[in-house]
Ligand binder design. Structure first.
Ligand SMILES: Cc1cc2nc3c(=O)[nH]c(=O)nc-3n(C[C@H](O)[C@H](O)[C@H](O)COP(=O)(O)O)c2cc1C
Length: 361
């Protein structure tokens, strides 16, 4: 059998392969590119040989090169501060949406078809037959924040009107900013303070997130991608946006969700993993980053609602396209959530979804 000297040929093993056995078969999973193969054991041996810089048969080399498990070029890896568990989860759950652009009609049609299908599935009724000792007689308006809670709603009909620059500032400062100038008790006890306290809790007081703000129609500033910097309580321009095409670009990146059209502003919450792994080196802390972001995003929603602004939330993005659109330079760093902000009607459904037949009206 003919062999190739892998070191000479400089073959490289894909660093994002996970090997496991299922139903008696060897599975190789490329968790970055979302591909899986059932692989015979001689190929597993070949992969091991390549990893060790040893030679393998030509026929196998061709197969492995074609599959992408092996390459003649070095694979680019990136710095990940936790163990492989969170890395596998992070990469395998990113970039999952196909890069196809759907028209508004196609999107609505597909969405309604999915609803129709779900309607046909039998949903088990939950029977609540417990005996209660006592029932609460609670009223939302008995709680100072209650009315804001009741009013918060995800709406999907924005009218294109602007918001004030100062309102955007008040919203960001209140919900995301360092509203406590000093962390008095910690300072008095002699602790070093890395970040100013904010209005939401954060594991270890790290606030491991960046806020990338879209100014789409904000009075007094140019349409653009900005970063809100809590320490300065200010916006830094990352890049201007072309107002004539921004909503088409955004619709595509937000997975054809055309109801972003008419938003005045928006905030992308971008995880800053490095802040977290510096202090907490176990993969478990990967979860905390998203918990912290969720706390903060709820603050944005409630603050905006209290300011009589409408909000829309999404976490469905074309990750890599979005990363480029926002100018995020770190590899594989993708926003966790987007909150769109603006004015419009209080309806959950975009007008195009209000189809009597589909909604059973
Ligand atoms: C993590 C997360 C992801 C969401 N993703 C989407 C989304 O992709 N598109 C969308 O229109 N709404 C999205 N929503 C909004 C939910 O559909 C909405 O919160 C839910 O239907 C409850 O309605 P409410 O927010 O008006 O109470 C998301 C909400 C959350 C918290």
């Amino acid at each position: 059998m003919q062999t190739l000297a892998t070191q000479q040929q400089n073959y490289h093993l894909n660093p994002n392969l996970f090997f496991y056995l299922r139903d008696g078969e060897f599975i190789v999973w490329d968790y970055l590119n979302h591909q899986q193969w059932i692989v015979k054991s001689d190929y597993i041996n070949a992969l091991e040989q390549i990893a060790k810089g040893q030679s393998i048969s030509i026929s196998m080399t061709q197969d492995l090169l074609q599959s992408g498990m092996v390459s003649e070029h070095e694979f680019t890896d990136f710095q990940w501060g936790w163990d492989i568990v969170s890395k596998i989860y992070h990469l395998s759950s990113s970039n999952i949406f196909e890069d196809i652009q759907k028209s508004e009609d196609e999107f609505v049609e597909e969405y309604l078809a999915t609803c129709e299908q779900l309607n046909q599935e039998e949903i088990q009724t939950v029977v609540c037959d417990y005996e209660f000792e006592a029932c609460f007689d609670s009223r939302v308006d008995e709680v100072p924040l209650g009315e804001v809670f009741r009013k918060r709603k995800t709406t999907r009909n924005f009218d294109g009107s602007s918001i004030e620059y100062s309102d955007l500032g008040s919203l960001l400062y209140t919900a995301c900013g360092e509203i406590h100038e000093v962390w008095e008790d910690l300072q008095q006890a002699g602790y070093t303070i890395e970040s100013g306290r904010r209005s939401f809790p954060s594991g270890g007081g790290l606030y491991p997130m960046r806020y990338i703000v879209l100014a789409l129609n904000v009075e007094g500033i140019l349409p653009g991608v900005y970063e809100y910097i809590p320490r300065a309580n200010g916006l830094k321009l990352l890049k201007p946006l072309d107002e004539h095409r921004v909503f088409d670009d955004l619709t595509d990146i937000l997975n054809s969700q055309f109801f972003c059209k008419g938003l005045a502003a928006g905030v992308f919450f971008v995880p800053d993993f490095s802040k977290e792994w510096e202090k907490y080196p176990h993969s478990r802390s990967y979860r905390d980053v998203f918990l912290d972001i969720a706390h903060c995003s709820q603050n944005v929603l409630l603050t905006a609602t209290a300011m009589r602004l409408r909000t829309w939330v999404t976490a469905a993005f074309k990750d890599e396209k979005l990363r480029h659109f926002l100018g995020i330079t770190e590899a594989f760093t993708y926003p966790a959530e987007f909150i769109g902000i603006g004015h419009g009607s209080n309806h959950s459904l975009p007008k195009a979804f209000i189809n009597g037949e589909a909604l059973g009206q």
